[in-house]
Design a protein around this ligand. Structure first.
Ligand code: ZN
Length: 376
């Protein structure tokens, strides 16, 4: 987390945006088409993650069992056992010109990820979110009037306190999970899943993703997707959030074109990750002041506040602000469901049916029609 301190101190404030207009104006009455995935039939993600079910002859091991964790890489993420189908899909996307040839960054001590000379992180061809460049299609803002709930870095021991609170308040959040944390804390994972919260991807080992090669980016995302897939009855995650908010045109293209993932950033940052550090850069009082400013301020655009289930203090910072959320009339939903669309690529949510990844399969029932209003 220390490197995030560096990141937070050095990142320039929001400077300019490639696309300053929120693309989320049509978030009601969206509905998945019956018998197809969220992605078009031609998208490679269809063949990379296969759902469980009688027709496939696949059953998944119980979450937390030795069979369940078998075959997944330790930290750091392994390139050795990556499925060839993932690599083939990546290389096909590169050959088709779908993955921009942006060089990897380096992270000099005490500095943000840095591009080689000649590459401007604010240029459209690079567009680094670390430098606050917004790529159209990535999510930074919530719909007007909405506070979209999400928490990063779990599952971890402080998570159950948060989950109990959310359940008590009748709320569902999106959890951007770290793959190795799911392996280490399966009981916490199960608690969020049983609450029918939405599970999304925060990578396998929490690196600065622009420092990674194409294959490493694929591994960080793919292994996390595979573990969530295996642990949620075959659901394929639809959203990911880059650690430290560090992505660019190359990284987001791998996520989108190979794995079907949409990138989610945020538009307000509490720095709550530092609360449990030896020298925190914020405090509960300071966060309370920030929250008051944001929650009593403009509702256009809606809020996506970066928060963590990293420590008891960071969970407390969220719970302390809840009364303000209610008293100021914010509509609330998980980040994954804020567009009124599905939380997963092949399923509406934790309780809806999981669609077959087979074109023409008639066994899939259409999902329920839902609106963003009804998901609060
Ligand atoms: Zn994180």
């Amino acid at each position: 987390m220390l490197s995030l301190l560096v990141f937070s101190l050095l990142v320039a404030p929001a400077v300019q945006a490639v696309d300053s207009v929120s693309p989320y104006h049509h978030y009601v009455n969206a509905e998945l088409p019956a018998r197809t995935w969220y992605q078009p039939d031609s998208h490679p993600v269809h063949t990379l993650f296969r759902r469980a079910g009688a027709n496939d002859g696949v059953t998944y091991a119980s979450v937390g069992s030795p069979e369940w964790s078998k075959g997944f890489p330790a930290d750091p993420v392994s390139m050795q056992n990556m499925p060839q189908a993932w690599l083939d899909a990546l290389h096909k996307a590169v050959s088709a010109g779908k993955i921009p040839d942006v060089p990897v960054t380096i992270t000099p001590p005490g500095s943000n990820p840095t591009y080689p000379d000649g590459y401007d992180p604010m240029n459209h061809d690079v567009c680094s979110s670390t430098y606050q460049c917004r790529i159209p299609g990535d999510i930074w803002d919530g719909p007007d009037g909405y506070l979209s709930l999400s928490f990063d870095d779990g599952p971890l021991p402080p998570s159950p306190t948060l989950y109990k609170f959310l359940k008590e308040k009748g709320q569902h959040a999106t959890h951007f999970y770290i793959g190795t944390n799911i392996l280490q804390y399966p009981d916490c994972f199960e608690m969020a899943w049983e609450n029918q919260d939405d599970i999304a991807v925060h990578t396998w080992t929490h690196p600065y993703m622009t420092t990674k090669t194409n294959e490493e980016v694929l591994a960080e995302l793919g292994w996390t997707m595979q573990l969530i897939h295996n642990s949620t009855g075959g659901r394929v995650p639809k959203y990911w959030r880059p650690p430290y908010g560090d992505s660019d045109m190359r990284v987001r293209a791998i996520a989108k074109e190979v794995l079907g993932l949409t990138t989610v950033i945020w538009n307000q940052d509490t720095n709550d990750w530092s609360l449990s550090d030896p020298v925190p850069i914020t405090s509960l009082d300071k966060i309370a002041t920030q929250m008051h400013t944001w929650l009593t301020g403009s509702k256009k655009p809606g809020l996506i506040i970066l928060e963590h289930e990293l420590s008891n203090q960071s969970v407390q910072a969220f719970m302390d602000a809840w009364d303000l959320v209610v008293s100021n009339g914010w509509k609330t939903t998980s980040v994954a469901q804020m567009e009124g669309a599905s939380a997963y690529q092949n399923s509406w949510n934790a309780s809806g049916p999981v669609m077959q990844a087979k074109v023409g399969d008639l066994s899939v029932h259409p999902p329920p029609s839902q609106t963003a209003e009804s998901t609060t």
